[in-house]
Design a protein around this ligand. Structure first.
Ligand SMILES: *[C@@H]1O[C@H](CO)[C@@H](O)[C@H](O)[C@H]1NC(C)=O
Length: 293
């Protein structure tokens, strides 16, 4: 068995520890071929495999958007994906990458939604966290680069301590486990990994003021280098509770000082919306906002 640890390859001791105690029992999935791990959930005709199946292209036109989902669900772990978004005039389009328990009224969900914009205007990344069917926790940042020029890595780390959303390893959002303060945290329902590309010009860009320009269609988004490391469900039941899973390790329980500084930098310089401070929607500050990180 060979594993490539991009983050920890420099920590030999830890790597040995992983291989010895952790790697074997966990259901890792790191195939190179997309359709080994994912299946098309919406409009086959709008999804194209590229590079021998290692990358895919999603297409949106006036007939349809499209989507795909992981074959398995996972309970804790880290998922990441490299995505190159629609270039030019992408106003009114939404490209989403998310995890979802798919359990209707009680669903848990962790969302990245990339909201398109007019040419030259910044993309917004909206994140949301649903716990036990309750969402309404939107935050938005404008990216500090043009996400349509190159691939960038978008990841979700989910362990017993927190959920962290990363853009190129920079934490942009933390949802802490504050269950001891009575705040719900997703930890029972496994979640699948999903992506969709669709039209949402009734709300996405400048609150729906900017409409999609179909003369610019078809719109294309690209995905590659997907990486899911987690406890797959179905799978061994003890996996998710195993404290020696790498994503539960000390380095992943809190943001380290460097990550903490990056996180504050994002919030100070790039945050454009936070439900926590939206007094119109939330006259009473939601409890998880007060609990801090
Ligand atoms: C689009 O650009 C406008 C103008 O720069 C900006 O206010 C907005 O946050 C951007 N993003 C979206 C999704 O509207």
């Amino acid at each position: 068995m060979t594993f490539t640890y991009t983050i920890f390859s420099n920590t030999l001791v830890f790597t040995i520890f992983l291989i010895k105690f952790v790697a074997l029992p966990i259901a890792y999935s790191k195939p190179t071929i997309f359709l080994e791990d994912f299946h098309v959930t919406w409009s086959d005709s709008h999804i194209k495999q590229l590079d021998g199946g290692k990358a895919i292209q999603l297409l949106l036109d006036q007939n349809s958007g499209c989507g795909f989902a992981s074959k398995n669900k996972y309970l804790f772990g880290r998922v990441s994906m490299k995505i190159k978004l629609i270039p030019g005039d992408s106003a009114g389009t939404v490209t989403a990458f998310y995890m979802n328990s798919d359990t209707d009224q009680i669903r848990d969900e962790l969302d990245f939604e990339f909201l398109g914009n007019r040419t030259g205007q910044p993309y917004s990344v909206q994140t949301n966290v649903y716990t036990h069917g309750k969402g309404d926790r939107e935050q938005r940042i404008n990216l500090w680069f043009d996400p349509a020029v190159d691939f960038h890595t978008y990841s979700i780390l989910w362990n017993h301590y927190h959920v962290v959303f990363y853009v190129d390893e920079v934490p942009i959002r933390v949802y802490k486990n504050n269950e001891d303060k009575g705040i719900p945290f997703p930890k029972i329902q496994p979640m699948g990994v999903y992506s969709t590309l669709w039209e949402a010009d009734d709300w996405a860009t400048r609150g729906g003021l900017e409409k999609i320009d179909w003369t610019k269609s078809p719109f294309y988004a690209y995905y590659k280098d997907f990486d899911i490391e987690g406890c797959s469900v179905p799978g061994p039941g003890w996996c998710a509770a195993n404290p020696s899973n790498w994503w539960e390790g000390a380095a992943y329980q809190h943001l380290d000082p460097v990550a903490g500084r990056q996180y504050r930098w994002v919030r100070l310089n790039h945050m454009v919306y936070d439900y926590c401070t939206d007094k119109q929607r939330n006259p009473i500050t939601p409890p998880e906002c007060k609990a801090g990180i």
